[in-house]
Design a protein around this ligand. Structure first.
Ligand code: SF4
Ligand code: SF4
Length: 369
């Protein structure tokens, strides 16, 4: 019935949990599970992407190891979740990027950085690459704005299409009609739940660590990372608006809106990923999908590098180091864009979609009561 061992194990565990139901107050997974009697692969992928891996249900469970039932919901759902990223990847020919994800992302990033540095050296006079450039348009003396916009526009468009196709495959597999994604109430509820990380709290006490003391640090660092990313995206969008509609070219002054937003977002993207990495190391390995540890670390490292290279460029933009720093930053950002559909980034999309479906199911049950 199921294609993988992880799905078969998830089916067994959900059947046990559906008889027990002790954990129904901990998160969205157990109430969603209770709406079903049997579990198709799409249902299990939905439940796995609804799980935030807080691990409370492992420590609360009377059937977890060494009990013979061997119930370990967080680890099994983490395995199913990671398999689902590969199963829904688009185009399917690139799904293998999820197998040795850390290696793939490292190689792509190193290549992109090397190509940008080589490109700068090949197409520019060394005096320009290693010279000092200030004032509006300084960056574009190293790379014409139109070339930059074309390259990054194409990479971003590709990422959006590939992510959209992946989301479409997920949505079809879990059996949801397209109309659900247009329901304002379900969307709004999912946005609130995702924005607050409502289900990353172990039922209210926080995430469990190796010492079995729950804390909220994972949630805090995730917030810093997520909102840091949004602020950086807002900074780039406003800079694009400045360039095309107001006719103002980068780099901008320290106090200008894109720089202020970029610095705040950049700090979030420095502190958040480091905190997430530390929190990850403090977690009990028994509840984690250790095989996919590299995928998590690679994505965290990419966000950290994007921010670090961006902030270094900001600090040293009026020095001869600007050319090399710009090439490195552009290489990292380009790599982040093209690897997004084949990295842990996809967890945000599938989890949000799962939350939309959950919000809809809850509303339908409330309406039928
Ligand atoms: S995880 Fe354990 S305690 Fe919780 S519902 Fe499942 S079987 Fe019951
Ligand atoms: S790990 Fe946390 S979010 Fe996942 S099923 Fe268990 S209690 Fe729910």
């Amino acid at each position: 019935m199921h294609a993988t061992d992880a799905l078969r194990e998830a089916d067994r565990l959900m059947t046990v949990c559906n008889s027990c139901r002790y954990c129904e107050g901990l998160c969205a997974v157990f109430p969603a599970m209770e709406m079903r009697r049997t579990f198709a692969s799409g249902d299990l992928n939905y439940l796995a992407n609804l799980c935030h891996n807080c691990s409370a249900c492992y420590y609360d469970c009377q059937f977890s190891p060494p009990h013979e039932f061997d119930v370990n919901v967080p680890r099994t759902l983490a395995q199913v979740r990671a398999d689902s990223y590969k199963a829904y990847a688009w185009p399917p020919a690139l799904a293998g990027a999820f197998d040795r994800n850390a290696l793939t992302i490292s190689v792509v990033t190193a290549l992109c950085v090397a190509l940008f540095i080589l490109g700068f050296v090949a197409f520019q006079d060394p005096a320009v690459v290693f010279g000092t450039h200030t004032g509006p348009g300084a960056f574009y003396r190293l790379m014409p704005h139109n070339t930059m916009a074309l390259l990054f526009g194409a990479a971003f468009l590709y990422a959006i299409v590939a992510l959209g196709m992946g989301l479409r495959r997920f949505w079809r597999d879990i059996g949801e009609p397209v109309d659900t994604l247009r329901e304002p109430q379900s969307l709004w509820q999912a946005m609130k739940d995702a924005g607050r990380l409502r289900y990353l709290d172990g039922g209210g006490v926080g995430c469990m660590n190796e010492d079995e003391r729950p804390t909220d640090t994972r949630k805090l660092y995730h917030h810093l990372t997520f909102y840091g990313f949004l602020l950086c995206f807002a900074a780039t969008s406003i800079a694009t608006f400045y360039h095309y509609l107001v006719g103002r070219e980068a780099p901008y002054a320290w106090y200008d809106v894109p720089v202020v937003l970029g610095v705040l977002g950049g700090l979030g993207l420095l502190i958040g990923p480091v905190g997430l990495l530390i929190a990850k190391r403090r977690r009990d390995r028994v509840v984690q999908d250790e095989v996919r540890f590299g995928m998590d670390v690679a994505f965290i490292a990419m966000l950290f590098l994007t921010s670090l290279t961006g902030l270094l460029l900001l600090v040293f933009r009026a020095t001869p180091a600007m050319g090399v720093l710009l090439a490195v930053h552009l290489g990292v950002v380009f790599s982040l864009f093209i690897t997004m559909p084949y990295s842990k980034f996809v967890h945000g999309l599938y989890r949000f979609a799962a939350l939309v479906r959950y919000a809809r199911e809850r509303r339908m049950i409330a309406a039928s009561d």
